[in-house]
Ligand binder design. Structure first.
Ligand SMILES: [Zn+2]
Ligand SMILES: [Zn+2]
Ligand SMILES: [Zn+2]
Length: 378
């Protein structure tokens, strides 16, 4: 749908069904021939949508950072009225076409952005690709456009009421009341506008309501306001509640990848791994020790609602099917006690801490202990 695929997938060629990182894998297997057993089969990314709520590329993170700089954290449309096009210039920051609305809609599905109506444009019913229409006023009697707006002005001090044309409010001379001849210094405070109407300069007709038409500027014709079509434009607002979670998930993910690399693991993001059942699972971080081929699955789940039993089940299924050496679930969210017990029961190492850096150091402790236990090739 949009750029959720991690870099590793975009590098893969889809022809001939080759295994990703095949060179790397063969290298590992050659060095450690005994480690072939229980090695989960790695398969190539197919055209399935990951069900992870974490956007997997830094693209969306970049976009989020840009949106945070915007007023009201909202992406507003830019409208090319003449050519009838709607752009979101912010997309150019992440090298997406500025009219790629589906990218933004994808972030809406992910719960990152909220989509709201920005405005409804009335467009020409014949030329609906032209957004540029202006309002025109006509005399209801002779249909002339030569219509003037008239006001009644009242000088509050002396009570004199006359048509606005009798008052001279040009800047050059001090305005003076035609009746009491006193100077009017502050229009807003000293003058009341008790009435307003129109007058046709051609037929002299006075009327309250002029005939209003919309004018299609590009094709130079009028259309009735009721016959106009609506074009809805949308703005996209960052959902604050999810913001810190997304940013946490991304930071944690990046740090964990670095950490695994430091301990001589490969670390692939959103990697597809085929389990014993033949089913394919997408793993947020899939690590493999370069020396003994031990594998680790790392799941990151941050959500304001806390970690529930069903979250745990969604981890349990790939865990049991792939049967890696270790499985980690890291989260800054609250974890309920029964969920903790479930994790313990199925040997899922749960690392839960509201503090981002503590999570990283706890994962480091875990991997380091594991590493030492296995003889610590570095
Ligand atoms: Zn038109
Ligand atoms: Zn007229
Ligand atoms: Zn006066």
């Amino acid at each position: 749908m949009f750029g959720r695929k991690s870099n590793v997938f975009s590098k893969l060629k889809s022809k001939s069904g080759t295994i990703p990182n095949v060179v790397n894998m063969i290298h590992v297997l050659e060095n450690e021939p005994d480690s072939k057993k229980n090695s989960p089969k790695l398969i190539q990314k197919i055209n399935s949508e990951p069900d992870s709520i974490i956007p997997s590329t830094s693209k969306s993170v970049n976009l989020i950072q840009q949106v945070q700089k915007l007023e009201d954290n909202t992406i507003k449309p830019f409208i090319d009225y003449t050519n009838g096009r709607i752009f979101y210039p912010i997309l150019s920051h992440i090298e997406e076409p500025t009219d790629n609305v589906s990218y933004l809609d994808g972030l809406v599905s992910d719960g990152i952005l909220a989509k709201n109506i920005y405005e409804k444009l009335i467009v020409c019913p014949v030329h609906s690709d032209v957004f540029s229409s202006s309002m025109r006023l006509y005399c209801p009697k002779c249909h002339s456009m030569n219509v003037d707006k008239l006001n009644l002005f009242e000088h509050k001090k002396c009570g004199y009421i006359a048509e606005s044309t009798n008052f001279d409010f040009t800047n050059s001379t001090p305005s003076v009341c035609p009746s009491c001849k006193k100077e009017i210094k502050n229009f807003d405070k000293e003058i009341r506008v008790p009435a307003m109407w129109y007058q046709c300069a051609d037929c002299s007709e006075k009327f309250d309501n002029a005939v209003i038409k919309l004018h299609c500027r590009k094709h130079d014709h009028d259309f009735d306001t009721n016959s106009g079509k609506f074009v809805t434009t949308f703005c996209y607002k960052l959902r604050n509640s999810d913001m810190s979670n997304i940013s946490d998930s991304t930071q944690i993910r990046d740090e964990l990848v670095k950490l695994l690399h430091g301990f001589n693991f490969t670390a692939e993001l959103n990697f597809l791994v085929q389990g014993k059942s033949g089913n394919v699972h997408e793993i947020p971080i899939f690590g493999k020790n370069k020396y003994n081929n031990d594998s680790i699955l790392i799941f990151i789940k941050n959500q304001s609602t806390g970690i529930s039993e069903s979250d745990m089940n969604s981890i349990l299924i790939p865990k049991l099917d792939i049967d890696p050496k270790s499985t980690l679930l890291v989260t800054v969210s609250d974890v309920k006690e029964d969920v903790e017990n479930l994790a313990k029961h199925y040997k899922i190492n749960l690392i839960s801490d509201p503090n981002f850096s503590k999570i990283i150091s706890r994962v480091e402790e875990f991997v380091s202990a594991w590493y030492a236990h296995n003889g610590g090739h570095k």
